[in-house]
Design a protein around this ligand. Structure first.
Ligand code: NAD
Ligand code: UD1
Length: 331
């Protein structure tokens, strides 16, 4: 298939492009490089030894999107392009609602106009809010704590309504848990803007000496050791999950959790990182981070049952590959 990957130069998108190319598909990337660099596209080509067509466009620009659909035979769309900084979304909500909603509307409109029926959307476990774990797809979604999370809830709603009105559409909504790690080449990985908000990039920057020590946000949660529990998934497993979802799409909307199904605490992840890489990570316990929940992990039985997909890589591999990328990375 010929797949349009919006946000394909970003963290999850670039790994998914590799998985798509390795599975024999062709890739067209549309990215405005707001949070990524054009050289990521070159690195994908270097890793796979395959060529990619790419367009530097903003996918909220309907005319630019339509030109891509008009000039290429597209069989499916994977829509990664979006803004994802939770903290910034509380300060600039309109920027987040505009970018994440308008891009989704523009793309689905183009799909309908050009008869492209396969659509895969990047959602997030954040849509579950503070439900009780494990989170499963049919749960009622609870209020998220920030506009970023609300954009995901709203896009899910838009796509569900559009699918009802357009029965030939096949839409997969993939709710990612916590993707970490990197491609084993060390060429592509997660490059946060400024001081990282997320745990793994913070740890790798402490390991590199760029940051002094990790601040652990609270050790008084009702969890195994008091620190927050999350479901970490290797970004390559996540990438492969997209290929499986895309290849097995049938009409209607299908929601899947993409996680490992296992909870890991902050302290457990720190220990796994130290073990996997033989590096000590200094840390201190500080106050809880507002908006955080105690535990977040997936029930993955639906995706296993319906798509035959399960995450294969363990936290040691995630820690090893995240560190390998950070060690190799130069600004
Ligand atoms: P990322 O920032 O690395 O990648 C997003 C890419 O989209 C970037 O290359 C950026 O330049 C591009 N982009 C953003 N807005 C655009 C626009 N209007 N037009 C064109 N390109 C645009 O983020 P990521 O971690 O790879 O996340 C990909 C998707 O997955 C996002 O939608 C994000 O919300 C979602 N998601 C991510 C996580 C996570 O932990 N990383 C978790 C759940 C969901
Ligand atoms: C965060 C976002 C969430 C988003 C997800 C994936 C917030 C409040 N939530 O979730 O919306 O979908 O990323 O991008 O930002 N931690 C520390 N010290 C740190 C960083 C994190 O102790 O420096 C802890 C957190 O308290 C949490 C765990 O590590 O318990 C994981 O945090 P993080 O990587 O930010 O992911 P989430 O909180 O799951």
């Amino acid at each position: 298939m010929n797949i349009l990957v919006t946000g394909g130069a970003g963290y999850i998108g670039s790994h998914t492009c590799i998985a798509l190319l390795e599975a024999g598909h062709s890739v067209i990337i549309a990215d405005n490089f707001y949070n990524s660099k054009p050289k990521n596209v070159e690195k994908i080509m270097e890793i796979t030894n395959k060529t990619i067509t790419f367009y530097e466009i903003d996918v909220t620009n309907a005319a630019a999107v339509e030109r891509i659909f008009g000039n290429n035979q597209i069989d499916g769309v994977i829509h990664f392009a979006g803004l994802k900084a939770v903290g910034e979304s509380t300060k600039k909500p309109l920027k987040y609602y505009y970018n994440n909603l308008v891009s989704t509307i523009v793309l689905t409109k183009a799909c309908i106009k050009y008869g492209v029926n396969r659509f895969v959307f990047s959602s997030s476990a954040t849509v579950y809010g503070d439900n009780s774990v494990p989170f499963f797809e049919t749960m009622n979604l609870l209020q998220t704590t920030n506009p970023y999370g609300e954009t995901k809830v709203m896009c899910e709603r838009i796509l569900s309504d559009v699918a009802i009105a357009n029965p030939s559409l096949s839409i997969a909504i993939l709710r990612y848990f916590n993707p970490i790690g990197a491609h084993e080449s060390g060429l592509i990985g997660e490059v946060p803007n400024g001081i990282p908000n997320n745990l793994m990039p913070y740890i790798t920057q402490v390991a590199k000496g760029k940051l002094e020590k990790l601040k652990i946000y609270g050790n008084d949660y009702p969890t195994i050791d008091g620190t927050g529990v999350r479901d970490y998934i290797h970004v390559l497993d996540l990438a492969e999950g997209h290929v499986v979802a895309l290849e097995n799409l049938t009409n209607g909307v299908h929601i899947y959790n993409l996680g490992s199904g296992k909870g890991t605490s902050v302290l457990e992840l720190v220990k796994a990182f130290e073990h996997a890489n033989d590096i000590e990570i200094p840390y201190e316990i500080v106050d809880r981070r507002p908006g955080d929940i105690a535990e977040c992990y997936a029930d993955v039985s639906k995706v296993e049952r319906e798509l035959g997909w399960a995450a294969k890589r363990n936290v040691y591999e995630m820690c090893r590959d995240a560190w390998w990328f950070e060690r190799n990375y130069k600004e």
